[in-house]
Ligand binder design. Structure first.
Ligand SMILES: [Fe+2]
Ligand SMILES: [Fe+2]
Length: 288
C-alpha cells in the first residue's frame, strides 16, 4: 500500500500509578484499541508515563503497549517525563537525611534515564543493538513518506533551590551539540522531522504573578537554545507534554503541539496527518 500520508497519534502525561491503577490501564487499552481501529500508523507518548519513578511504574505501560501491537520501533515512540525519573519523596528524604550533593542527584538521574532506556529502548533505538539514549534520531520509511523523530531528554535533576518540584526542564547542552553533528542533518535529509521533548516551550505567559511563580517551576529553562537547534534541523513540528493542556501554538515560526494529559482527559488525544512535504493537519479528538 502506498502511504502518502502518515497518521500519528500523540498522548502525554498518563501518570499511571502502577499495576493497580486498573481504571487508567483499562482506559489506555481502550484508547489503543481505538488507534488500531482508526488505522493510526504511529503513536507518540511524550513523557510522564507513570507517577512512580521506577521500572515497576513503567512496566504496566510497556505491557499494555505490547498487548495492543504497539511494542515495536515502527509503531510507537516514547520519552520519559520528570515523573518517570524523579521521585520527590525520595529526593526530600535524601536531602534531609543523606547526601544532597548535586552531583549525586545528577548521577541518580543518569541511572534512572539508563533504566528507562533499558526498558523502552525498542521504541527509541530499536532492537538493532543500538544503545538507546539521548538524543535519539529514528527514521521510519513508510512507502511514499519518510518520518524522522528527534528525541531529547528534557528532565533536569532535582535541586532544593533551583528545581524544588523537579518539574523544571533543561536539555543538556551535550544533547544539543550531538544534534548539530553533520551526521544528524544527513540522516534527516528528505524526511518529515518531528521533534520530541517532555517539557513545554511555552507555559502560560500571563502577567499574573501567581501564574509567573508557577511558570518558573514548570518551564524548560533553555527552550530558546533547544528551539534554535530544532530549527537548524528543519523540524516541521515539535511535540511535548508536561503542562497538562491540549494546545497547539506556533513559536518562532515552528508549530508546536502539547499533547495534554491522558490522566485528566483519558478520552482525548492529538491526531496529526502528515504529508511528505512536512505539511500536516492536526486536531484534538475525543473517543466515546
Ligand atoms: Fe505531567
Ligand atoms: Fe511532567
Amino acid at each position: 500500500m502506498i502511504h502518502n500520508r502518515i497518521t500519528l497519534a500523540h498522548l502525554s502525561d498518563l501518570h499511571l500509578s502502577g499495576r493497580n491503577d486498573r481504571r487508567a490501564l483499562s482506559l489506555l487499552a481502550k484508547m489503543l484499541r481505538h488507534f488500531n481501529a482508526a488505522g493510526i500508523d504511529h503513536l507518540v507518548i511524550s513523557g510522564d508515563l507513570s507517577d512512580v519513578a521506577s521500572p515497576a511504574g513503567w512496566a504496566p505501560v510497556r505491557d499494555v503497549l505490547r498487548e495492543h501491537g504497539f511494542w515495536h520501533f515502527d509503531r510507537a515512540t516514547v520519552l520519559p517525563g520528570n515523573h518517570d525519573l524523579i521521585n520527590l519523596e525520595e529526593e526530600m528524604r535524601i536531602y534531609n537525611a543523606l547526601n544532597p550533593f548535586p552531583e549525586n542527584r545528577r548521577q541518580a538521574l543518569r541511572e534512572k534515564v539508563a533504566a528507562f532506556c533499558g526498558m523502552f529502548g525498542e521504541l527509541m533505538a530499536g532492537g538493532s543493538g543500538a544503545v538507546a539514549g539521548f538524543p535519539f534520531v529514528k527514521v521510519l520509511h513508510f512507502s511514499g513518506i519518510s518520518l524522522a523523530f528527534v528525541g531529547v531528554n528534557s528532565v533536569w535533576p532535582w535541586h532544593r533551590s533551583d528545581n524544588p518540584l523537579g518539574a523544571r526542564g533543561f536539555v543538556d547542552p551535550s544533547q544539543l551539540r550531538a544534534l548539530l553533528s553533520p551526521d544528524v542533518a544527513a540522516a534527516l535529509k528528505e524526511s518529515v522531522v518531528v521533534g520530541l521533548c517532555h517539557h513545554a516551550l511555552k507555559v502560560y505567559g500571563t502577567s499574573s504573578p501567581i501564574d509567573q511563580a508557577f511558570d518558573w517551576t514548570m518551564e524548560m529553562i533553555n527552550h530558546a537554545g533547544y528551539l534554535a537547534v530544532m530549527k537548524k534541523l528543519g523540524a516541521d513540528v515539535l511535540l511535548h507534554g508536561h503542562f497538562h493542556r491540549f494546545q497547539s501554538y506556533v513559536i518562532d515560526g515552528v508549530p508546536v503541539i502539547n499533547g495534554g494529559s491522558f490522566r485528566y482527559a483519558p478520552d482525548r488525544y492529538s491526531e496529526m496527518v502528515l504529508a511528505p512535504d512536512g505539511t500536516f493537519s492536526q486536531r484534538f479528538l475525543s473517543i466515546s
